[in-house]
Ligand binder design. Sequence first.
Ligand code: GTP
Length: 202
Amino acid sequence: MEDYKYLFKVVLIGNAGVGKTCLVSRYTKGFFPPGQMATIGVDFMIKTVEIDGDKVKLQIWDTAGQERFRSITQSYYRSANALILVYDVCSQQSYESLPHWVHEIELYAGTKVLAFLVGNKIDQTDKREIPTHIGKEFAERYEMRFLETSAKEADNVEKLFTSIAYQLTAQARDLELRPEQQGTVITGGSTPIASAPSCCKL
Ligand SMILES: Nc1nc2c(ncn2[C@@H]2O[C@H](COP(=O)(O)OP(=O)(O)OP(=O)(O)O)[C@@H](O)[C@H]2O)c(=O)[nH]1
């Protein structure tokens, strides 16, 4: 029997080079990888955290941002409990691609997914092109959670993943109390747990 209460699948998406792999590395391995290569297809890492006495396993899927991998990465949206849509605060182009990514979420993700918008690379203050309020407004428009991060300086990275773990756990516990509301069943140690209810209107 697996040693965890809940298992959640978290998928990172967004343009190539916005820092998805570095965010995952910072969170799961505790370091910022030097000379990070582009992701090929999809990669995944596991991190187990404790939320109010329960072991929660996060299966974190890092998808390639490059266009040529889109058909592969799209298939990972469907079973995601949380999606992290990343842009680079120093890249207007990555911000302008966000409507495209939101459309992908509409097409391929489940309606119950918890969606976060993340503006990464905030350590590069002199290169910033997208002010915080612009990212925040975009997130509000699509009812996504919002955070700005730096994988390099470890700003808000722990907070991002911990917050996702807390919210998904709270929703799963809530559903255990209201079994009639259960949706897709995901594995959770010895107990089957329902996936989280909708938190994001797209
Ligand atoms: N200054 C700064 N650079 C970053 C940060 N995060 C990532 N980078 C740099 O941005 C580049 C791309 O990072 P990756 O993590 O490979 O980006 P990705 O989104 O995974 O890219 P794909 O795998 O092609 O989709 C690398 O040169 C990183 O060193 C950050 O928080 N601050």
